[in-house]
Design a protein around this ligand. Structure first.
Ligand SMILES: *Cc1c(COP(=O)(O)O)cnc(C)c1O
Length: 362
């Protein structure tokens, strides 16, 4: 990224000079790297600033083209706010937002979804690929096939999935897919929206207007250093994906089993058979906030970063049937590329020690 911060300032839209063309080439190369990570074509990648923006473009940009008899949009009960909020805003434009429930593992209730599709003929179904808090992976291919059968478009918020599990837009048959560089060890402030058929697809209209950048779908001068960094991060993610998936799921399982050995009452949240490899979400029998405070050397959380600081228990935990009390006793433990076996070992020791101490004074 450095040369594009310090030496190469040219605008990639300026093709009349050598400097501009050099920036253009760097963007084009990064676009291929990003596309390859999800098995898309290069011209199907639209660069945005955040996945929040990608989700908004997909949800609002397709509503303009919705047929007059398709006024519903279906989403799940455990979506990120960058999906649920634009969906909610559509009610002001005469659309009907509808939410499909999830089961106790966080999986979308497929039977309920099919009934909604048949009853409401939605223009769009927007379901996340994987949940940030409990790691549950949705059967996106099955959902997309079903939604298409009923004539709906399919958008997928895959921010938690891309770079962590195999994501293949051809296999999944989605029409739109959002992901973000900073969730796969890339820079902040750069993200992408996959658009099936490319940015000029008639199924989607711009929500912002300006120059013709990104096929007119996301006008504005491109963030060249960010894009170059995103490309490099995507390439690395693709290279290390198989080994990291294995290493993280083994380390996570080992962590959970050694916790359960000492505290058999710990409950694991999420769909254990199909979960993000680095996700562990545990319900203890002591207050999670207290546990977290006593382990300041570990970056743990009780919910999502976006809702941090609120006193409300996680809506995701409530959607999978956890009580408020249980939600307050739940910790989200994320393992990543730089998490070592030693760190997990000392976390296990620390958690066990603090749980015993808190239990003793309760
Ligand atoms: C982080 C996250 C987002 C938002 O991504 P930004 O690039 O930070 O806007 C959306 N969806 C999910 C599931 C996320 O985890």
């Amino acid at each position: 990224m450095l040369p594009f911060f310090t030496e190469q300032f040219a605008n990639p839209a300026s093709s009349t000079h050598k400097e501009g063309r050099s920036s253009q080439q760097a963007v084009s190369f990064a676009r291929s790297q990003v596309a390859e990570l999800i098995n898309a074509a290069r011209d199907e990648i639209v660069f945005t600033s955040t996945a929040t923006e990608s989700n908004n473009i997909a949800i609002l940009g397709t509503s303009d083209n919705a047929a007059a008899n398709r006024r519903t949009v279906i989403t799940s009960a455990i979506e990120h706010k960058s999906v649920s909020e634009p969906v909610r805003s559509l009610s002001r434009r005469g659309f009907r937002p509808t939410t499909v429930d999830v089961d106790n593992y966080g999986r979308v209730k497929i039977g309920e979804l099919e009934a909604m599709l048949a009853q409401h003929s939605p223009y769009l179904v927007s379901i996340q690929a994987a949940n940030s808090e409990i790691g549950t992976i949705q059967p996106i291919r099955e959902i997309a096939e079903m939604a298409h059968f009923y004539g709906a478009l399919v958008h997928c918020d895959a921010v938690q999935a891309v770079g962590r599990i195999e994501v293949d837009v051809e296999e999944w048959e989605v029409d739109f897919l959002a992901f973000s560089a900073h969730k796969l060890y890339g820079p902040k402030g750069i993200a992408a929206l996959y658009v099936r058929g490319g940015s000029k697809s008639p199924r989607i209209s711009p929500v912002m207007f300006g120059g013709g950048h990104e096929g007119g779908l996301r006008p504005g001068t491109l963030n060249v250093p960010g894009i170059v960094g995103f490309g490099a991060a995507a390439q690395i993610a693709r290279e290390v994906l198989p080994s990291e998936m294995l290493r993280l799921s083994q380390l996570r399982d080992q962590f959970e089993l050694s916790m359960l050995e000492v505290h058999s009452t710990i409950q694991r949240n999420g769909f254990l058979l199909d979960r993000l490899p680095g996700n562990s979400n545990l319900t203890f029998s002591v207050d999670a906030e207290a546990l977290m405070m006593r382990l300041p050397h570990f970056a743990l959380s009780t919910g999502s970063a976006c809702s941090a600081g609120t006193l409300e228990p996680s809506p995701v935990l409530q959607a999978i049937g956890r009580s408020r009390e249980e939600a307050y006793m739940t910790l989200r433990i994320g393992l990543g590329r730089y998490t070592t076996e030693n760190e997990i070992h000392s976390l296990t020791t620390g958690l066990n020690r603090e749980i015993a101490l808190i239990s003793a004074i309760q």
